[in-house]
Design a protein around this ligand. Structure first.
Ligand code: HDE
Length: 716
């Protein structure tokens, strides 16, 4: 179908016009036929192709009479509409996808025979879907939640789905607990709330009874679960996989996606406000970035290791609640992922895409991680439910982009059926495809033996040591955020016994963290630490690579400055700032009292992107206040203008201001506490240095004085 119906005068020449039963049909650029209405658009038809004369009125007896069953157009239209929804994903329902490509850095034939890693510089088409886990399809983007990071690579030897998350560990060690985990995390069944939140009794009840989740608890209470942008997140395959080369030699591998623009998250209070101001914050950000040609990019990096390393490592590499710190086993970049195209249609692509962990091409294989093995069952099953039949691979988004032949046939909506007489093999007339022992997928011939048991291995029993390692690897600001997040979540838990159980676990992780949370929750006494299957190891060294702030971008590229302007704004200053921002490959948006715009000092009308109420500072990474002496009094009467500044300050953002804006800083209550992040805007020459300063992103050192006040006495 042509995206925009071609007008007859532009496409139809006498050559591409055909007559059928006295009807003039026109052939479009792609060979498709068009029949044009009186105004030059394609004629609206039913799904059966019958042209429609009136799409405004249903067929009735007289103008005020009953409707008629004869009205096949009305019936078909309503029937189709009634069936527009398919079941949303039971987890990861809210998601957003984009197309792109993967580029291989170097050939890796010694490690894997996967075709995608055989030729340096080769590009492979890719579709990626990012998601939250717990919220329903219509929930807000900045929920505190793990983000899905699912990548489908259309390789020349079949689709490879790396269905990962933005956190490298998981809550549970055995897939059999997944339904319990998800039931506990989603809205409670009797009341159907809270949605897209873990801050409720059921979640913390389950978690506090599941010590294996403690490492993940540290990660989800960190700022990893409130990313600033999908573009500024890491991704992880989580499980240990295998690379297998042509000689059937296996190398264990852990997959990492590293964002080129560095990591960044928002503050919790900011996340809450973003959800109100723009529930589609992450979607819009990805859409805008790709449409403006700023294609987000990640490197695929691997940790490779053999059985000897696995045997000597502190933890079991099959345990998905553990990482291998990058300081112990460095990550090696092997390619890059670039997202450069949005889907044409959200439903057809992002909603219908079917990721499955079991989609692996030759050269990539599984380990015995019990979570991964369970997932390999679940994903095929869930597609049948969601997409309604076995032919979901016939949907273009799921169809491999390599040759594909088999004898599967029929079923709902079959769009590809085998041709020829023999729909089976072996057959004697030579119809159809055959297997290839040399080129076909060979599972790694791992030796397996043992009794049939329901048993967790002893080597999975340490639940606290890596949780502690994660916590001590964070900067002071990040540790504070973890304590604040735990306090917030547990404050929403009504059952005090659950709060206490959680603090008992925290005592096994870090005593200061546990006492801070207990004190903020108002405990009078501290509970005892939980009985641990294994004592917490104190000897694991901090791993700086686990800190978001340590992995920040150190530059403002890809970020957004919000510039608050009024009538009389210094036109030169505004242009200078806009130029400096563009040079940094960052972006800006203008916020003004009226969206229609303002008149600048040189008399030009400058249109705004937002009115103040519609463009709060939570939508931006830093703000600049470009006001004027004549307009500042009016601006100060706007509560939203005061909030704009106060929030930017509270969220530890850089604030650049023109001298005329000082009264607004006063009104926001920050004129007396100006710190190194509140900067008078320099003259035009200094603007590049100002923008470079913004690359530090936040002045987290400000936070305790803004938010926390003086520490209160510790509980006994
Ligand atoms: Fe999933 N997961 N999962 N999961 N998962 C699904 O498949 C499941 C797990 C992940 O954008 C479902 O198509 C089980 C870990 C992502 O379409 C379902 C277990 C990780 C997505 C399913 C896990 C993930 C899903 C729901 C425990 C990170 C969204 C809809 C063993 C490594 C993919 C669907 C997309 C989706 C099952 C645990 C990531 C039901 C049984 C660990 C990113 O099949």
């Amino acid at each position: 179908m042509a995206k925009r119906p071609p007008k007859p005068e532009s496409t139809a020449s006498s050559d591409d016009t055909i007559n059928i039963h006295d009807q003039k049909l026109h052939r479009g650029a792609g060979g498709e036929l068009h029949q044009f209405a009186e105004d030059g658009h394609d004629i609206l038809t039913t799904s059966q192709g019958a042209p429609i004369a009136d799409d405004q009125n249903s067929l009735r007896v007289g103008s005020r009479g009953p409707l008629l069953v004869d009205d096949f157009h009305f019936r078909e239209k309503i029937f189709h509409f009634d069936h527009e929804r398919i079941p949303e994903r039971v987890v990861h329902a809210r998601g957003y996808g984009a197309h792109g490509f993967f580029e291989t850095y170097e050939a890796l034939p010694d490690i894997t025979c996967a075709d995608v890693f055989q030729r340096a510089g080769e590009t492979t088409p890719v579709f990626v879907r990012f998601s939250t886990v717990a919220g329903n399809k219509g929930s807000a983007d900045l929920a505190r939640d793990v983000r899905g990071f699912a990548v489908k690579m259309y390789t020349k030897e079949g689709n490879w789905d790396l269905v990962g998350n933005n956190i490298p560990v998981f809550f549970i060690q055995d897939a059999i607990k997944f339904p319990d985990l998800i039931h506990a995390a989603k809205q409670e069944p009797d009341r159907a709330f809270p949605q897209a939140q873990t801050a409720h009794d059921n979640f913390w009840d389950f978690i506090s009874l599941t010590p294996e989740s403690m490492n993940m608890v540290m990660w989800i209470m960190s700022d990893r679960t409130i990313p600033r942008s999908l573009r500024f997140m890491e991704g992880f395959g989580v499980h240990t996989f295998r690379f297998v080369n042509a000689e059937d030699k296996s190398t264990f591998v852990k997959f990492h996606w590293k964002p080129k623009l560095g990591l960044q998250s928002v503050a919790w209070n900011e996340a809450v406000k973003i959800n109100g101001a723009d529930p589609d914050f992450h979607r819009r950000d990805l859409w805008n970035a790709i449409l403006s040609g700023n294609f987000p990019e990640w490197e695929l990096a691997v940790q490779l290791f053999d059985q000897d390393f696995a045997d000597s490592f502190d933890f079991d590499v099959l345990d998905p609640t553990k990482i291998i710190p990058e300081e112990i086993l460095p990550v090696r970049p092997i390619g890059r992922l670039v997202l450069d195209r949005m889907p044409d249609n959200f439903f057809a692509e992002t909603e219908q895409v079917a990721f499955m962990t079991q989609n692996v091409p030759p050269g990539i294989d599984f380990s015995n991680d019990p979570l991964l093995q369970g997932r390999n069952f679940s994903y095929l099953d869930t597609q049948l439910k969601r997409l309604g039949g076995p032919n979901f691979t016939h949907l273009p988004i799921n169809t491999p982009k390599c040759p594909m032949h088999n004898f599967q046939q029929d079923g709902h909506m079959a769009m590809r059926n085998p041709v020829g007489r023999a729909n089976y093999q072996p057959n004697s007339n030579g119809d159809g495809p055959r297997e290839s022992p040399s080129r076909g997928y060979r599972h790694f011939p791992a030796e397996e033996q043992g009794q049939k048991v329901r048993l967790r291995p002893e080597s999975f029993a340490d639940h606290y040591s890596q949780a502690r390692q994660f916590f001590i690897s964070q900067t002071g600001a990040e540790q504070r955020h973890i304590a604040m997040a735990l306090t917030f979540e547990l404050s929403k838990v009504g059952n005090v016994a659950i709060r206490e159980r959680m603090v008992s676990h925290l005592l096994n992780i870090d005593e200061t963290l546990a006492t801070t949370v207990a004190q903020k929750l108002g405990f009078q006494t501290l509970p005892k630490p939980t009985d641990a299957a294994m004592p917490t190891r104190q000897d694991l060294a901090p791993s700086p690579s686990l800190s978001i702030i340590e992995r920040g971008p150190k530059r403002f590229e890809g970020r957004m400055l919000g510039i608050l302007i009024t009538d009389g704004v210094d036109a030169k200053l505004l242009t200078g700032l806009a130029d400096a921002i563009s040079k940094e490959k960052a972006d800006f948006e203008l916020i003004a009292p009226k969206v229609g715009g303002i008149i600048a000092s040189d008399g030009t009308l400058i249109k705004a992107h937002h009115m103040i109420d519609g463009g709060p500072s939570v939508l931006f990474d830093a703000v600049a206040l470009l006001t004027s002496a004549t307009a500042i009094d009016d601006l100060m009467n706007e509560a939203a203008a005061r909030d704009f500044v106060a929030d930017a300050f509270q969220h530890c953002k850089y604030i650049g201001y023109d001298q005329s804006a000082l009264p607004l800083l006063q009104k926001a209550g920050i004129a007396d506490v100006l710190d190194k992040g509140v900067l008078p805007l320099p003259g035009e020459e200094g603007l590049s240095a100002f923008v470079a300063e913004l690359g530090k992103l936040r002045v987290w050192g400000r936070e305790p004085s803004v938010k926390l006040g003086k520490a209160s006495p510790q509980p006994k």
